[in-house]
Design a protein around this ligand. Structure first.
Ligand code: APR
Length: 239
């Protein structure tokens, strides 16, 4: 595929883009944590019932993400951004459902974590996210220096609203191509972005080893892993 200087690319990534970095996807084999489905851990109800349990889950995810390295898919997206944004930095937008930082470590710049960030936390009362790489794996939980309330992961749990949806919709409306990578198409509102793109007559492409649940909404499905497919998906000048 060819990208022209007139193209504006909106990329949506899911857990599949980090699979080849060794981070487990949510659904399918390996998507369990100590025998629990993610839906049982990543909810406000789970937090209310047992915040230590939830923090152990996110501490384990912090450990795994810190040990992981960006793979060729992350690097390819950073290179596509570099190519497209030579004249206009707004020609590329990466919206990720992932909470790891592998896109940033690969060099992506214009990135939005719609489901929050693994390396940020926030006080349940003050609500201001701050950088946090600590592990909370004992019964003693972190509390806010200002108000004493519990500190929670800065993660959008099931039943909570993803971050900055208005910005996401505005970026999508200006795009010419939507490239979706490694997401099962089963979690909304992310899974609905392709339908909005189609209404705007935006070209929609999916990349992953199997068809997502919302496959019928895409113009094109490319079956393959992210690391195998993305480095050559667009014919960019070689460096
Ligand atoms: N390359 C590309 N895609 C892959 C790869 C790979 N190497 N390996 C697996 N996949 C695909 C799977 O085929 C699957 O469709 O990645 C997708 C992963 O789907 P999910 O586990 O459902 O992850 P995701 O869609 O990102 O989940 C969405 O759900 O649990 C919540 O908030 C969490 O952000 C997450 C959201």
């Amino acid at each position: 595929m060819h990208l022209t200087p007139q193209d504006r690319l909106f990329v949506l990534t899911g857990a599949g883009v980090s699979a080849e970095s060794g981070l487990a996807t949510f659904r399918g084999s390996g998507g369990l944590w100590n025998g629990h489905r993610v839906e049982e851990v990543a909810t406000p109800e789970a937090w209310q019932a047992d915040p230590s349990f939830v923090w152990r889950f996110y501490s384990a995810r912090r450990r795994n993400a810190l040990a992981a390295q960006p793979n060729p898919a992350h690097l390819a997206l950073a290179r596509i951004e570099q190519h497209l944004t030579q004249n206009d930095p707004t020609c590329f937008y990466l919206c990720t459902q992932n909470v790891d930082d592998l896109h940033e470590r690969a060099g992506s710049r214009r990135i939005h974590h719609m489901h929050g960030s693994l390396f940020e936390s926030r006080c349940v009362r003050c609500d201001q996210p701050f950088p946090d790489r600590a592990f909370y794996e004992t019964a003693t939980l972190p509390t806010c220096r200002d108000c004493g309330s519990l500190i929670r992961p800065h993660i959008v749990w099931f039943g909570e609203i993803p971050l900055d949806m208005d910005d996401i919709y505005a970026e999508l409306a200006r795009a010419t191509t939507l490239l979706v990578v490694g997401t099962s198409g089963s979690v909304y509102p992310a899974a609905g972005l392709v339908d909005i793109a189609r209404k705007h007559h935006i070209c929609t492409i999916y990349v992953g080893p199997e068809e997502p649940s919302n496959a019928a909404s895409f113009n094109q499905i490319i079956l393959g892993t992210a690391a195998q497919t993305l480095p050559a998906i667009f014919d960019l000048p070689s460096q």
